[in-house]
Write a protein that binds this ligand. Structure first.
Ligand code: C2O
Length: 485
């Protein structure tokens, strides 16, 4: 981090959000102190571990005090607790890759508001590591604490299902090297809140499912009313930073990303801020850092970029190519219900899958669960299995036929204002990308991959404490594709 020459533009520095006006002056005057400041940037930590060591850890105390102070502001103040939730309700971006920078900016300014209102300038927003602690962390359950939310669907004892937060599932997502598969697809030109059929695995699996699992406020677009929201998104932010900075995977350099300005938030003084999406990729190297949140060991070290090289790599991004070179499609209405899985066969060209499995690291087999009608009741998530027609809700996910899971995060009441160009209500359809390469590889090695068809099973499973009887998943399209990037 010694070489700071890439930071020549004041507006760029300002967008980084890490430096006050006074520090900008220091920066201009040559920069021992800046590099010090970067090295000592605040560390975002695991809230459950902090609590286990000391329930009155300053991070937890400051977060509580900040929530109290935000709740005391009039809701017309965008820095207030309700004001921040309303920004999300009206503006949040999901189901395309801009959800990552959008929520990153959200957290950075929330953190700054917390500092300003509490006077604790060393505060760093903690995260909830649901992989190591699948229950909502203990500090959120003290009924007299401002971190408590009365309407969660679960209790302190309930654990999120390993189908969406287990170590191997998170590991597989981190192993994705393609940005679209990891982060979701490009934004549609008409409505940033949509993006049919392109939800990637970080968003569709742990992101959506934790919202659904916690329930109550968390399952709506007013989810930031529950203080657990920010710690959930901070974990996702940590995994994204890990994917970029430690595993050295590139983000996109598509103009829809590099030209995108995030204008939804205010700073700690209530002034609107404008941040370019591409600038946010530098936050975790200049503005804050994370106590490691991933179980993935960063091996080798040889490849890992540091300092100026890492910065240049992050700023450059890479073309986000995801070419569907062979598609095998089943276009037909499929309905699965809680307790009643649905299995359908996709016909494939003989030998195509086996050939694709030999295609090297830039060839993947991707299942698109497409034209999914947004279920009106979303008390369940969906496990996907391949070639397992006798599957049930009890089939364990360490079964070799298990391929992945997805859940829904949506709010009809928030979408009223977002009608499509055609004038129809926005986004009744959605879709998910599931990388099924590893599963097909296992089945192939076991000799149980038929050469001309793949059976795809959808298994709706209720979240903890939800009955979900009769709730259904209906989709119009299943596609198994050979993709290249
Ligand atoms: Cu915009 Cu997880 O929420």
């Amino acid at each position: 981090m010694e070489d700071l020459s890439l930071f020549s533009r004041r507006d760029f520095l300002k967008e980084l959000g890490a430096f006050s006006a006074a520090n900008l002056a220091l920066w201009a005057g040559g920069c021992e102190s800046c590099s010090q400041q970067i090295q000592n940037r605040p560390t975002r930590k695991n809230i459950q571990n902090l609590w286990a060591a000391n329930p009155s850890d300053p991070v937890i105390t400051t977060y509580k005090n900040a929530v109290t102070a935000m709740k005391a502001l009039p809701s017309s103040d965008p820095r207030s607790w309700e004001g921040q939730a309303q920004i999300h309700f009206n503006k949040c971006i999901h189901r395309n890759w801009l959800w990552l920078p959008g929520h990153r900016v959200y957290l950075l300014y929330l953190e700054r508001i917390c500092r300003k209102l509490t006077g604790d300038n060393s505060f760093a927003l903690p995260y909830w590591n649901w992989t190591t602690h699948p229950a909502v962390p203990d500090p959120f359950w003290d009924t007299s604490s401002p971190l408590y939310d009365t309407n969660r669907a679960i209790t302190q004892a309930d654990q999120a299902d390993p189908s969406y937060i287990g170590a191997s599932v998170v590991q597989n997502i981190l192993n994705e090297t393609n940005f679209n598969l990891f982060a979701s697809g490009p934004p549609p030109t008409s409505d940033l809140h949509a993006g049919p059929d392109a939800t990637g695995m970080l968003e569709g699996t742990p992101h959506n499912n934790i919202h659904g699992f916690v329930g109550g406020d968390m399952s709506t677009f007013l989810s930031p009313r529950d203080p657990v929201f920010y710690t959930h998104h901070n974990m996702l932010d940590c995994l994204w930073a890990h994917w970029n900075n430690d595993l050295n995977n590139a983000n996109t350099n598509d103009p829809s990303w590099t030209n995108f300005s995030i204008t939804d938030f205010v700073d700690e003084n209530g002034n609107p801020v404008t941040v370019n999406a591409a600038v946010t990729v530098l936050y975790p190297i200049f503005s804050y850092q994370f106590e490691p949140c991933s179980l993935t060991a960063v091996t080798g070290g040889a490849k890992k970029l540091q300092g100026k090289q890492l910065e240049a790599f992050l700023r450059a991004g890479a073309p986000s190519k995801l070419e569907f070179v062979q598609r095998f499609e089943l276009r037909q209405s499929v309905t699965a219900e809680v307790g009643k899985p649905a299995t359908n066969a996709i016909t494939v060209e003989p030998g195509a899958l086996a050939t694709a499995l030999q295609g090297g690291p830039h060839t993947r087999l991707v299942l698109t669960v497409g034209d999914v009608a947004m279920p009106p009741h979303r008390d369940f998530f969906v496990r996907v299995f391949l070639n397992k027609p006798d599957v049930s809700g009890d089939t364990p996910i360490d079964d070799p036929h298990y391929a992945g899971s997805f859940g829904f995060f949506f709010d009809e009441s928030a979408m009223k204002g977002h009608d499509t160009a055609a004038g129809t209500p926005a986004a009744p359809l959605t879709g998910f990308l599931v990388d099924v390469s590893e599963t097909l590889q296992k089945l192939n090695q076991a000799g149980s991959l038929s050469s001309n068809q793949v059976q795809v099973s959808m298994v709706p499973v209720p979240y903890a404490r939800r009955q979900a009887a009769g709730e259904q998943l209906t989709l119009g399209r299943l596609e198994l594709a050979v993709v290249r990037f």
